[in-house]
Design a protein around this ligand. Structure first.
Ligand code: SME
Length: 165
């Protein structure tokens, strides 16, 4: 049994440090990308409070559809399956290669509402060899849920996962 339950009194930086340690332990000897994303989505859900969705979109280069994001492993309600690069918060992160921290999703042009409960969102790109291969997407039912510290913590996780998903 894996028991990675965090202590509820942890501060944000320590919470993400422990999340990264747990993700490292679970993914370092496992070559299967889907298994690793599934476990990391579950870990995010355990470690990070006040979320209603946590998971991955992967960049697909399938010839039939062009470059787009395709839904990967997640925890939360069923979500949009395909998102064009450049569209919505996830598409903006994939296009720019930069973290998107959105305090109020209703004021983000082109935001894609997969779950009406979502009020704020944090999307961090996962890079390999300077190319975006996926994004990690967190949604919260609270407005302005995510701080710069959340962004830094999730960026550390994205760096760790660069060659594991
Ligand atoms: N809101 C996202 C779409 C993905 S869902 O939040 C899971 C966006 O605007 O890209």
């Amino acid at each position: 049994m894996y028991d990675f339950k965090p202590d509820s009194s942890l501060d944000t930086a320590e919470r993400y440090r422990q999340l990264c340690d747990a993700a490292d332990a679970l993914t370092k000897d496992e070559p299967d990308a889907v298994a690793n994303m599934a476990n990391v989505a579950a870990l995010i859900w355990e470690f990070i409070p006040d979320l209603n969705w946590a998971g991955f979109y992967r960049v697909s280069n399938a010839k039939s559809a062009g470059r787009e994001l395709v839904l990967g492993p997640f925890v939360g309600r069923p979500a949009c399956i395909r998102i064009p690069i450049g569209v919505g918060v996830c598409g903006a992160a994939a296009q720019s290669g930069e973290t998107q921290r959105v305090e109020d999703v209703h004021s983000f042009p082109g935001h894609i509402a997969c779950d009406a409960a979502s009020q704020s969102e944090l999307v961090v790109p996962v890079l390999r060899d300077d190319r975006v291969i996926a994004v990690i997407d967190l949604d919260s039912p609270n407005t302005a849920r995510f701080t710069a510290e959340d962004a830094r913590g999730l960026e550390s996780l994205a760096r760790l996962l660069s060659d594991r998903i």
